[in-house]
Unconditional design. Sequence first.
Length: 340
Amino acid sequence: MASSGIDTDCMTLTRFLLAEQRKFPKATGDLTQLMNAILTAVKAISSAVRRAGFAHLYGMAGSTNIQGEDVKKLDVIANQLFINMLKSSYATCLLVSEENEKAVEVEVEKQGKYVVCFDPLDGSSNIDCLVSIGTIFSIYRKVSEGPASLSDALQSGRHLVAAGYALYGSATMVVLSVGTGVNSFMLDPTIGEFLLIDHNMRIKPRGKIYSINEGYSKFWYEPVKEYIEGLKNPQTGNQQPYGARYIGSMVADVHRTLKYGGVFMYPATKDSPKGKLRLLYECIPMAYIIEQAGGLATTGTTPILDIIPESIHQRSPIFLGSKDDVEDVIKCFKKYEPAK
């Protein structure tokens, strides 16, 4: 750090990726190129989010997405930004977006070796009330011979090359894992770069916070009811009740869980028995980040990263967070397994 207060040797996200790239002699630099395209999209989305009111970008776009959800104006902009930036990186061959019914195949002359699955603006229902929102992405390597196909996207999380999320809150942050731990970078608007602020992030073994939408408690299955009751009214020793925190924006809720520990839950319910969150571009990338930071992620019975998706918009229940907390969830589910 120079005496002027300006860091003359700052670790930018690009510099970090180049350093990681050097650890792999056969690396081509394509992943770094792809990540730079994602960062450009994130910076543009961040700018759009911050001036949305002045540019009349709040409100509905007048359509619904493949999930049947109302689409906001910023959803449309974020999705198009991501698609255009990813295509122009010359590093991708197939794109899966929450906003598109079918996978987007990149033009042959622009194709590379990576598949990107993304939610361009997670938590967008909160846009108009200025709650933190985000972008989630996961990156796979193409595995099929010949033209890219859906099988290249329908891989388990164990085959991820990288995953991360951007958070548009009091500042703009990117949390990223390329399989060697988790690191977070904050956008410095004065230089337009993401700077490393938290190296090798680790989640606490046990937290004191649970995060779930309790408005749906009447639809919960018994293991979830029992687990939540145990958190609110512990029966052992002098254990204190857990605090409840729920924002309703997955990126914000998961980021808090990563920083402070505890457990984030979006379970299957009697009216949504397959769960609500999407596997490819919500559950898997978040599970990857949490596991890379030392935590766990499960459906209650199966590790999220072990699931092989059958369709690009497949849904899944999810419980993720501190290792000990998630293991308690798994124990609750095992109690209700049918006898063999």
